[in-house]
Design a protein around this ligand. Sequence first.
Ligand code: NAI
Ligand code: MG
Length: 356
Amino acid sequence: MKIAVLPGDGIGTEIVAEAVKVLNALDLKLEMDTALVGGCAYEAHGHPLPEATLKLAKEADAVLFGAVGDWKYDKLERQFRPEQAILGLRKNLGLFANFRPAICYEQLVGASSLKPELIAGLDILIIRELTGDIYFGQPRGRRIATDGHFPGAEEAFDTMRYSRPEIERIAHVAFQAAQKRNKRVTSVDKNNVLETSQLWKDVMVEVGQQYPDVELDHMLVDNAAMQLVKAPKKFDVLVTGNMFGDILSDEASMLTGSIGMLPSASLNSSNQGLYEPSHGSAPDIAGKGIANPLATILSAAMMLRFSLNQEAAAQRIEAAVKKVLEQGFRTADIYSEGTTKVSTKEMGDAVLKALA
Ligand code: NAI
Ligand code: MG
C-alpha cells in the first residue's frame, strides 16, 4: 500500500509527523514517501504543486496531506499561491466527494461554544461536492459593466455551474453513506433562487428513488446554517455543493469543540483519496509545537478505512484517540481545567501508547 505523504506548510509538518508515527506503529505494510507541497514547494521549486509531487500523489493508493498556506504568500500571483496545490490535487486526482464527519467526543462536550445538551452524542456526516460550482465555473473575471445597476463601472463575476452527472455521482455517494448510517439524507441548496440548485434538487430526488430505504429531505442553505447550531443532532448525512459545503462544514467543525478535531477525506470514483485535517496551516501557532494532531491522526484512520481497506486498523486508531481523551490529555485548543495540557508530540505519543 503506497501512501504519498505531503505535510505542506505551517503546522502541516508537525501534525503529519504524529500521524505517520501512528501509522508506522500499526504493523501494516505501508510504503510512505514524502514530498513538498504548498509554499515550501514554491520556495524550493518555483511551484506549489511540482510535477514530482503530483506524480507521487497519482501513483499512490492514498495521499496524507497536512495543510498549505501562509499570509506571506498573499501577494503572489494566484497560480503560485500555496492553496493552488490543493485545488490542483483535487482536480488531477478527480477528488469530487469530500467527507467531513462532525463527531463530538463525550469528553469534549464542554469545549464547544454550544450548550452541552445540543451536541452531546453528535455524530453527523457532511458531504461536500468538490469539483464543480462557483469555484471553478467559467466564465469568470473582471470587466467594465455594460448593464446592471452601474453601467460603466468595474465589476467582477463568477459562474455557478453544475452538470447532471456531477450531481448524480455525489448523490450516489451520499445515499450509500446514509445506508451505512441512520438512513437519512438532507440535501442542502438554494433552489428558491438558483437554477443550479433546482437541477441539484431534481437530481437528488431522482437518484433517491434508487435508494428507497433512505429518507431524503431538502433544506435551503440559510435554514441549514441556522439548524446546524439550533438542533445539529437532527441531521444524519448532509449533502451539498462546493461553496455551501465549504461554509457549512466549517460551521459544523465548531460543534465538535475544535477545528483541530475534524478529519476529512476527499475521494474519487475509484476510492483513491486525499486525507487531511479540515483546518489550515495555522501560521499563528506554527513552530510552537502546540497544534492538535488528532484531526490528522483521525484523517489517517479514514484513509485506512476508505482507500486501503483496513477497517480494523482504522477502528484501532479511533479507539486510541477516544482513550487519550478519556485519559485527560488535551492540546491547548481543547484544554480545560482539570485536564492535562500536552504538546503536539506528547499527544502523538499518548495515541501510540493507547494503541498498544
Ligand atoms: P486555520 O485553520 O489555519 O486556523 C484557524 C484558527 O484555528 C487559528 O487560530 C489556528 O491557530 C487554529 N487551528 C487550526 N488548526 C489547529 C490545530 N490543529 N490545533 C490547534 N489550533 C488550530 O485557518 P486560517 O488561519 O484561516 O488560514 C491559515 C492558512 O491556512 C491560510 O494560508 C489558508 O489559506 C490556509 N488554509 C489551508 C487549508 C488546506 O491546506 N486545506 C484549509 C484552510 C486554510
Ligand atoms: Mg473552508
